[in-house]
Write a protein that binds this ligand. Structure first.
Ligand code: 4AD
Ligand code: MG
Length: 433
């Protein structure tokens, strides 16, 4: 009778039973008549103990000569072992080699980033990447659940667009059957149409920016989650962002603790992410920066990465900065009636100096003011006719925000460079593999 097939993350269900695991050889050690094979199956890592006298000399020698990343199935007894990573080990009674691997290029020694990025398709098998992408998965699931539970409709925006959303300097232009199209910078404008149709929606998909920057927080292709809500003001937008981030962090702490520990993450920093988040205005933030010895900030400018780091380091929770000058923000943001030089907007800066995770605002809902903004920003009116219709036919106050998925994952994982937070990163200098 063949034994049941188990996965490493579910070994606890099979304590004391004989099971078969299917996976790849992650690491091998041992001495004399004993091998320790660390098998990975995508769900986790498990130490498999092989005694020569149990499996016989022939199989023992075959296993002993296997290279890293050889694929195999192993059958054995599931034994609790507090010292084993994951808490269980397998006492092997038999094994089958599926396909041997020789000279796997990514060994346990240190490799340079460029070497690893060129082998991204293989690098994804390493422990750190495994942990990061399991967190990414949990973040996406948590976000979808959060919005679903609150009655938001998942509403997908197109990738080919006829117009700019976030300024014209970072547009990727592509040839589109004899005319030009742009890869979307944000699903927001379409999300607004969705909010007028369904009340509350969110988009989640890839977005593109021709960013000529090589920073640790810029990709040319990244995923954005964008809720948009009818009958919402700036306060509602801030509250939604706060609820969403606390929920995501708590879900990941619950479902991906092993992965966070593997990444060496300080969990107490994540456990501190609770409501309410501090809120300050741009003016208040400017004062802090002007008085800070390490800042060369000029009032009126947008904050640079070092400014955001200084600001967020003062708090153990994400910081919400509201009311930026209209000049540094997008055309669609509504102006503050109390001070029309300021936008009804919010940026959420992550803790530990990671910088902007979220950008959002209340939207301009008055068609005449919106037309003024479009002209001021030098945008072509014709391309926005459909968007203006949303103000012509039953305009309502509304707002939303965009969360950069990779920045969120990097922040939760404590990973410095967001290129590790997307399976196949696209940056100014790299498109392969
Ligand atoms: O602040 P941004 O540009 O806002 C928008 O696009 C709005 N239309 C969103 C909305 O209100 N619906 O971008 C939103 C977030 C940023 O806060 C950041 O986390 C992320 O997207 N982001 C990037 N992430 C990686 N690489 C880049 N080049 C990014 N640019 C923005
Ligand atoms: Mg922004």
């Amino acid at each position: 009778m063949s034994s049941p097939i188990a996965t490493i993350e579910r070994l606890a269900d099979f304590r004391g039973e004989t099971v078969t695991l299917r996976g790849w050889l992650h690491h091998k050690s041992g001495k004399g008549k004993l091998h320790f094979l660390v098998l990975r199956d995508g769900t986790g890592y498990c130490q498999c103990v092989v005694f020569k006298k149990t499996v016989g000399a022939e199989l023992f020698d075959e296993l002993g000569s296997l290279g890293q990343e050889s694929s195999l199935t192993v059958t054995g007894l599931v034994k609790e072992d507090a010292r084993a990573p994951g808490g269980y080990e397998l006492q092997v009674t038999s094994a089958t080699i599926v396909s041997p691997s020789e000279g796997f290029p990514i060994t346990p020694k240190e490799h340079g980033q460029d070497f690893l990025l060129s082998r991204r398709h293989l690098w994804l098998r390493s422990k750190r990447q495994w942990a990061i992408h399991r967190v990414r998965d949990a973040v996406i699931t948590s976000l979808r659940r959060f919005f679903d539970e609150r009655g938001f409709v998942c509403f997908d925006a197109p990738m080919f667009t006829p117009n700019a959303c976030e300024g014209t300097s970072t547009l990727f232009e592509v040839e589109y059957f004899g005319r030009s199209a742009f890869l979307t910078q944000s699903g927001q404008l379409y999300g607004e149409a969705g909010a007028m149709a369904f009340g509350k929606i969110y988009t989640l998909g890839p977005t593109f920016r021709a960013e000529k920057s090589k920073t640790r927080r810029h990709l040319t292709e990244f995923w954005m989650l964008e809720p948009e809500v009818a009958f919402a003001d700036l306060d509602d937008v801030c509250e939604l962002a706060e609820d969403m981030l606390t929920r995501v962090v708590s879900d990941v702490l619950e479902r991906r603790r092993v992965e966070l520990e593997l990444l060496g993450r300080d969990l107490s920093k994540l456990e501190a992410i609770q409501k309410p988040f501090p809120r300050i205005t741009y003016e208040e933030a400017s004062k802090i920066l002007v008085e800070h010895p390490d800042s060369d900030f000029t009032p009126g400018d947008d904050f640079g990465a070092p400014d955001e780091t200084i600001l967020s380091n003062a708090y153990d929770r994400p910081l919400m900065v509201t009311h930026y000058p209209v000049d540094v923000k997008a055309f669609y943001m509504k102006r503050d009636s109390a001070d029309p030089t300021k936008a009804l907007c919010v940026d959420v800066l992550g803790t530990e100096g990671v910088g902007e995770l979220i950008g959002g605002s209340q939207r301009e809902d008055d068609i005449d003011l919106l037309l003024e903004r479009i002209d001021e920003h030098g945008l072509p009116r014709e391309a926005f006719e459909w968007y203006l219709d949303l103000r012509r036919y039953g305009s309502v106050p509304h707002g939303g925000f965009g969360l950069g998925l990779e920045r969120c994952v990097g922040w939760i994982c404590g990973v410095q460079h967001i290129r590790e937070c997307i399976p196949f990163p696209r940056t100014m200098v790299r498109m392969e593999p």
